[in-house]
Design a protein around this ligand. Sequence first.
Ligand code: NAD
Length: 542
Amino acid sequence: MSNAFYTIPEPSNELVKSYAKGSLERKLLFEAYDEMYKRRIVVPLYINGEAIFTENKEAIRPPHDFNHVVGDYVKASPSHVKSAIDSCLKAKADWEQMPWQDRAAIFLKAAALISGPYRYKINAATMIGQSKNVYQAEIDSACELIDFFNFNAKFLEEIYSSQPISSVGIWNRTEYRPLEGFVYAITPFNFTAIAGNLPAAPVLMGNVCVWKPSESQMYSANIIMEVLIEAGLPKGVINMVSGDPVMISDSVLNHKEFSGLHFTGSTKVFKTLWKQIALNLDHYKTYPKIVGETGGKDFVWAHPSADAAIVGTALIRGAFEYQGQKCSAASRAYIPKSMWAELKVFLEAELKTIRVGSPRKVSNFINAVIHEASFKKLVEIIEFVKASNDASILFGGGYDNNIGYFVDPTIIVAKNPNFRTMTEELFGPILSIYVYEDTQWEKVLKTVDQTSEYALTGAIFAQERSVITKATAILRNSAGNFYINDKPTGAVVGQQPFGGARGSGTNDKAGSIYNLLRWVSPRTIKENFVPPTNYSYPFLEE
Ligand code: NAD
């Protein structure tokens, strides 16, 4: 083994490719898309380094073309889940003893593979399986996942090099042990990057993991496993099992060696899991670490001193990119009366130019929502608003599920800041606006703070500095990611560590040192070079 002190290369954020007309990347990406669209793949389970195929499968269908099948994923049985846990525990000793530089090298290599040979494949898979347009796929499945892998490796080095002081004749050290047992990662449909990061972050710190991806993200989940295997991840370190979330979670959470949950998804599911863990507490070897990033009802608040075009642009990007299916998506806005007339004209003019349809057509800004259940929920909301006297639809309100689950970008104007669509997470291309009297701006800030159970992201727009100061103070606990004169979406790894508190999660900031610290159990080691030879102290002498 080498005796040199290696350091991890300094990371920088992956450059986002433009996919502009005539670019090579556009050509290569759509070649990959078309080729993958024609095939029918099978996504196996990955247990102990083996791809497992069975006949218990479910079809993978693009949300924008649900009669078409691009693949099937294998569904795990209870015995598969048991094997996944056993193989984690078998792989554990070798994995945690591997030099940390080698562990890190696997993820640095995975980042390089996604940046290079896998870029178009993973982006095309995200476009097909999750209905993202080219740009949304690029910033997620390529750039953010690359950043997670590169930055986390550097954070690992920072954590390991953090050491206590020592005194004369004493050497104090801190060792950053992985957790005893295994970690369980449950991931959402909406970000391929999150799906990759949730199992990878604990594993980088020396843990072993059972990973359950979302049923609606299986196409790109498979590519994450292919990349990690090619990058040299040893057998059994990450075991991917898909299928019935309740059955899988019951088996995992009942296991004595379960020692950590890394979750991203809805608040309701997270709370269920937390309660289940609490009920099993007597059974576990150690207190499990629980990390969960969950829902949001993210706000945009504008002051009369703000610019209507800036606010309008932030609203359109913040609310409608990826069909509003970002936990950070702007979904409630508070606009001063003096700005409203101008903003309304701006929004209507811009929204008229937005196209809705398949991500295969580059000019479609908005694609399909993820599945039938989501489509039905959004339609129910739109119809509820149409029938309500307390709100009206300013723009959109259309939907179409002939070929795919398409919902038009929709703006609702609510008469009451507590109207249903101002408070509930909808997770679709629906923005609700409340117009307030200019003189009430400070009071409305308090309403912004108190309206929803969540506290994930939020943005304020103002020119006057004293207003920015005051709003930042009033909204201190309203968002874990707070934006001043910018949209509330698009956090970048290493630049804006991401997460929120209240109903939005444990705020452990994905893609930061804070998150990685949750996956270690430090051991303090004190070594005495010249230990005392009798018990007596000077004060005992009379
Ligand atoms: P979801 O809660 O429906 O599913 C998330 C995961 O939990 C999936 O893998 C799913 O199979 C699993 N699951 C569902 N029911 C389960 C159960 N009873 N037991 C165990 N596992 C179960 O969420 P989703 O629709 O995939 O994602 C959207 C949600 O995720 C939104 O609420 C969004 O705000 C949130 N989200 C939050 C962040 C964040 O960083 N805060 C990021 C992305 C998404």
